[in-house]
Design a protein around this ligand. Structure first.
Ligand SMILES: NC(=O)c1ccc[n+]([C@@H]2O[C@H](COP(=O)([O-])OP(=O)(O)OC[C@H]3O[C@@H](n4cnc5c(N)ncnc54)[C@H](O)[C@@H]3O)[C@@H](O)[C@H]2O)c1
Ligand SMILES: O=P(O)(O)OC[C@H](O)CO
Length: 335
């Protein structure tokens, strides 16, 4: 199959390697001329995925026309908040011939509160049944090294989810399929906020007990908002819920956990983001989730405290104290 990849950061590049290995013809588009030159000269994307050799058969280009020329599948791998602007460029030159779209981005668009498959549906004017989300515990650094990984392909159409499962699956990337796209995307987006909290916990010197509490109660509030938005509760116990929450809160590779850790050590959000090359989606998703929770009247105490630490200068210590001294509760999914 010919597959177009929009975005050649860490995840776009790692997935291009998977697809190439699976026998597909892959073309990746990037706006980043520096990394493009790097890939062409060294056969390595050292800015986003250092240490991994890139086969010369994978085309990397800044010419979008090469991406939209006759692909059977188009994958969106740019960060959530720039997906709309990147797709607007695609839309200008794209002719719809029944292609399947895949979102691998994990976020909720600011202001519109749309999931990324919904942004694709709106901008590209394709039906939800032709769009899938691929999500789950999967750091690019490990997938690119062929470390066994399992994720989930989800679409409103289970046939589409299964097609994408077949295209991406191989002996080191196991893919499950389901049709709860709302749950899969919200799990993947919201866990990044809890990973920021887990990072703060590491940086501020709290303990393993603290992190376990944040992860467990974090999953409760993720599920609560997810169910309110139409997701199935059981999805949050799966790869794109608990699975991704575990890896992102625990992994040395996680950019979201790293940002939290730096803040926990006393640095400002601006200082940390200014020196980062890669995206930490949880920061902007915290804005969307905090506002959504208020609009939907869903209790999300950890998300609320993370929002206040990130954007209202609240100290992590005070945020932790406020979480610990909330009114006593019965332990219940809805509590
Ligand atoms: N890195 C991972 O391990 C991983 C795993 C699963 C999912 N994801 C998700 O995949 C998405 C992409 O993450 P990533 O890790 O590849 O990010 P990254 O920061 O490594 O790369 C981002 C890419 O987007 C491009 N980009 C940035 N702004 C752009 C714009 N305005 N227009 C066009 N292109 C632009 C950059 O040039 C770069 O190619 C995120 O939503 C992330 O949560 C990442
Ligand atoms: O490095 P992070 O924190 O953006 O997480 C990457 C993936 O979402 C992990 O599954």
């Amino acid at each position: 199959m010919r597959i177009g990849m929009i975005g050649a950061g860490s995840w776009g590049t790692a997935l291009a390697l998977v697809l190439h290995e699976n026998g597909h013809e892959v073309r990746c588009w990037t706006i980043d001329e520096e990394s493009l030159n790097d890939i062409r000269l060294k056969q390595e994307n050292s800015r986003y995925l250092p240490g991994i050799k890139i086969p010369s058969e994978i085309v990397f280009t800044s010419d979008l026309r090469l991406i939209v020329e006759d692909p059977e599948i188009i994958v969106n791998a740019v960060p959530s908040q720039v997906t709309r602007s990147a797709l607007s460029l695609v839309k200008e030159i794209f002719s719809d011939q029944g292609q399947i779209w895949v979102s691998v981005s994990k976020g909720i668009e600011n202001k519109t509160y749309k999931r990324i498959t919904q942004v694709i549906e709106e901008v590209m004017e394709v039906p939800a049944e032709r769009i899938a989300a691929l999500s789950g515990p999967s750091h690019a650094e490990e997938v690119a090294r062929k470390i066994p990984t399992a994720i989930v392909s989800s679409s409103a159409s289970i046939e589409t989810a299964r097609k994408i499962q077949q295209v991406f699956m191989n002996q080191y990337l196991r893919i499950y399929a389901n049709d709860d796209v709302t749950g899969v995307e919200l799990g993947g987006a919201l866990k990044n906020i809890i990973a920021l909290a887990a990072g703060i916990c590491d940086g501020a010197g709290y303990g393993d007990n603290t992190k376990a509490a944040l992860m467990t109660r974090g999953l409760v509030e993720i599920s609560r908002l997810g169910v309110e938005m139409g997701a199935r509760p059981s999805t949050f116990a799966g790869l794109s819920g608990m699975g991704d929450l575990i890896v992102t809160c625990m992994s040395r590779h996680s950019r979201n956990r790293y940002v939290g850790e730096q803040i926990g050590k006393g640095r400002t959000l601006k200082e940390v983001l200014d020196e980062m090359v890669m995206v930490a989606e949880g920061v902007r998703t915290a804005e969307s989730a905090y506002e959504l929770a208020k609009m939907k009247k869903v209790e999300m105490p950890i998300t609320e405290q993370i929002y206040k630490v990130l954007f209202e200068n609240k100290s992590p210590g005070q945020a932790m104290l406020d979480l610990m001294t909330r009114a006593s509760k019965i332990e219940d999914w809805g509590a």
